[in-house]
Design a protein around this ligand. Structure first.
Ligand SMILES: C[S@@+](CC[C@H](N)C(=O)[O-])C[C@H]1O[C@@H](n2cnc3c(N)ncnc32)[C@H](O)[C@@H]1O
Length: 225
């Protein structure tokens, strides 16, 4: 009897030990994946600095700030432009409702491959340019978004492309929807002000480099009676 009890005790101990080892393994694999993704980000920045526009991905502080300013929690359809290796994507998904949808558009194929590894039925990853925003939304049969979040570098993008993207964002957003951009440069303000009016501007100092966050609210259209 004592042996059985003892072996039962050992079994439990072994189970606890196995669970602990599994946890350790998972943490190691996750850390390895994060390190690898960050190396990919740095590598792609060195290859194409004007397109990637940042030497490292956004900090957790910036990710949280973006989600809060965009009020992603209350949106049914969110579009993300320039998703990178997916930190901002995961942060948005973390806040979104279980039945909401996120369309993440990214131009860099290596980043797209990492984004495709995010297992979430609410997420659609599109590998392509933000300049095809309208076509991409209809390609996936999504409704007009309440939120567009963008990290693409408007100040260094090809001439003519930035204004076209902002024009499209402003026209695809639902009435009362919001556009949130996180940028080093103020160029996005010059592009968006004529279409969306003055922005609410906030700073995130706990990011390398510190960044400005802009939020525009598309005016609510009142139908004529
Ligand atoms: C500053 S990084 C932001 C990445 C990520 N969202 C983050 O916060 O860590 C800008 C991203 O925009 C992407 N990008 C640049 N131009 C783009 C375009 N025209 N269309 C879509 N993505 C673009 C870059 O490849 C890069 O991943």
């Amino acid at each position: 009897m004592r042996d059985v009890a003892a072996s039962g005790g050992m079994g439990r101990l072994q189970k606890v030990r196995r669970a602990w080892l599994c946890g350790q393994m998972k943490t190691k694999i996750n850390n390895h994946f994060i390190m690898n993704s960050q190396m990919v980000f740095l590598h792609e920045f060195l290859k194409n600095p004007f397109q990637v526009a940042s030497i490292i991905p956004s900090s957790r502080f910036l990710e949280r700030h973006i989600v809060k300013l965009a009020e992603a929690r209350s949106a049914q359809t969110v579009v993300e432009l320039g998703a990178g290796i997916g930190g901002t994507t995961r942060a948005i998904l973390g806040a979104m409702a279980p039945d909401a949808k996120l369309l993440s558009i990214e131009i860099n194929p290596r980043f797209c491959a990492l984004l495709h590894r995010i297992q979430d039925p609410r997420l659609t990853v599109h590998c392509g340019g933000a300049q095809e925003l309208r076509e991409t939304i209809s390609l996936y049969g999504l409704p007009a978004p309440e939120v567009v979040v963008s990290g693409i570098p408007f100040s260094v993008i090809e001439p003519g492309v930035g204004p076209k993207i902002v024009e499209t964002i402003s026209s695809v957003l639902v009435s009362g929807g919001r556009f949130v951009a996180y940028q080093i440069s103020k160029h996005v303000e010059e592009l968006s002000h004529p279409l969306l009016g003055p922005a609410r501007v906030e700073m995130e100092l706990l990011n390398i480099p510190p960044l400005r966050l802009y939020r525009w609210d598309k005016q609510i259209a009142f139908s004529e009676s």
